[in-house]
Design a protein around this ligand. Structure first.
Ligand SMILES: *Cc1c(COP(=O)(O)O)cnc(C)c1O
Length: 399
């Protein structure tokens, strides 16, 4: 699965060349075709038995994938120097739960970042608790001080950087160094940056998780997750994924692979538009704070400058005063921003968010209600005009 030659190329080139299965997927066809299969037929019992002895090598049964899924998985592996391989899951949440179930056993302790994606918290406080795994939440800005939280039972440290809704950038290398010194595994939800802006394994993480639903697919039409891991962790994760029966359809894999090829240019556009809108918002009197990792004032902004090669298009704002009704007046009247969950597609979105109830190790103190924006690839001037009218509605509703 490894493609060490390819990893010497620049990421932009790897996006184009990685995962081309020319030998199996048809010579001369640029995109690996959609191979749909459950049953694989063999010429003889002897051949069937031989394949059974090497189920990880070549076609075996549909659940193990076909060249369509392998090509996508290899392409994602190719974006993470130091990776052994990538596993695909039917959603980002499925990828996260598989990592947790693979690593944690009854009696183990998990250190989970306090700014984790809400469904990740739900797994910890629900299923993992039921299975006898203890979760302790930690301040996203803890850095190397995480060492003091690592105990005899700590098995895994889970990171998400920037944090969901509140965008704190973590000191990933410091946390991973502290974990390594104690033999503790690290996993990160790297959905915001993707390996293109933050190759997580190169920064010391053992396991990198993506909600491919967001920027990898990029067009708001497929659910998918991925787990990319170092050689020491890949085999065990693969075993768990197989035991859980996790697989993705070749049609979805085809769409995700198509999205992946343009990830670089889409992210550049998301970054440019996102920064234009975020900088404009930062100057508006109705906005108390902009939570954008690339702007000063976002917790961990210096770490973002040190470790990331760019920003994506997702960030938040805290409004200056006002209540939920004033925030709703702002959002409801927007013409160009959709109101909906998820993000990472080519279109802009606005979502009311309330982080306060999702924190246990830290507190969320804010000047007013918060909004999360995803900036798509529209012209930012049009988005700013739309938001300007929205802030005027907020202003009148606030009085
Ligand atoms: C959306 C999201 C997920 C979950 O992905 P799904 O494909 O929706 O299950 C996980 N982590 C983060 C940070 C997300 O934004």
């Amino acid at each position: 699965m490894r493609d060490d030659d390819g990893k010497r190329l620049k990421p932009g080139t790897r996006l184009v060349t990685a995962g081309r299965h020319e030998s199996v997927a048809g010579r001369g066809i640029v995109n690996p075709p959609v191979w749909r299969a459950s049953t694989i037929l063999y010429d003889s019992v002897a051949e069937l038995r031989a394949a059974g002895r090497k189920p990880d090598d070549g076609l075996f049964y549909g659940r193990r994938g076909t060249p369509t899924q392998w090509s996508l998985a290899d392409a994602l592996t190719g974006l993470e120097p130091g990776a052994e391989g990538t596993l695909l899951f039917p959603s980002g949440v499925a990828a996260i739960s598989a990592v947790l179930l693979s690593l944690l056993s009854p009696g183990d302790e998990l250190l989970m970042v306090d700014s984790a994606y809400e469904p990740t918290r739900a797994i910890c406080d629900g299923m993992l608790r039921r299975f006898g795994v203890t979760t302790r939440y930690y301040d996203p800005m803890i850095g190397g001080d995480i060492a003091a939280m690592i105990g005899e039972k700590t098995r895994l440290i889970f990171l998400e950087s920037p944090g969901s809704l509140t965008f704190e950038v973590q000191d990933v290398p410091a946390i991973c160094a502290a974990a390594k010194a104690r033999g503790v595994t690290t996993a990160i939800d790297n959905t915001w940056a993707t390996p293109l802006l933050f190759p997580a394994l190169s920064h010391g993480v053992d396991i990198s998780i993506l909600a491919c639903t967001k920027y990898i697919v990029g067009h708001s039409d497929v659910m998918m997750g991925s787990v990319t891991a170092t050689p020491g962790h890949y085999a065990a994760l693969r075993r768990t994924a197989m035991e859980l029966g996790q697989c993705v359809s070749p049609d979805d894999a085809y769409l995700a692979a198509r999205g992946l090829r343009t990830l670089g240019l889409r992210l550049r556009q998301h970054e440019e538009g996102g920064l234009a809108v975020a900088r404009w918002l930062a100057e508006q009197p109705q906005v108390a704070r902009v939570l954008h990792p690339a702007l000063p004032g976002c917790p961990g902004h210096d770490l973002w400058k040190r470790d990331f090669s760019g920003a994506s298009g997702l960030f938040g704002i805290v409004l200056n005063g006002g209540d939920d009704a004033a925030r709703t007046a702002l959002i409801d009247g927007l013409d160009l921003f959709g109101i909906g969950f998820s993000w990472g597609g080519y279109e802009s979105l606005a979502l009311p968010v309330d982080p306060a109830g999702l924190r246990t190790a830290t507190t969320w103190a804010a000047e007013g209600p918060a909004i999360r924006f995803h900036i798509g690839i529209e012209d930012p001037d049009d988005l700013i005009a739309d938001l300007s009218r929205g802030l005027a509605r907020f202003e009148s509703a606030r009085r």
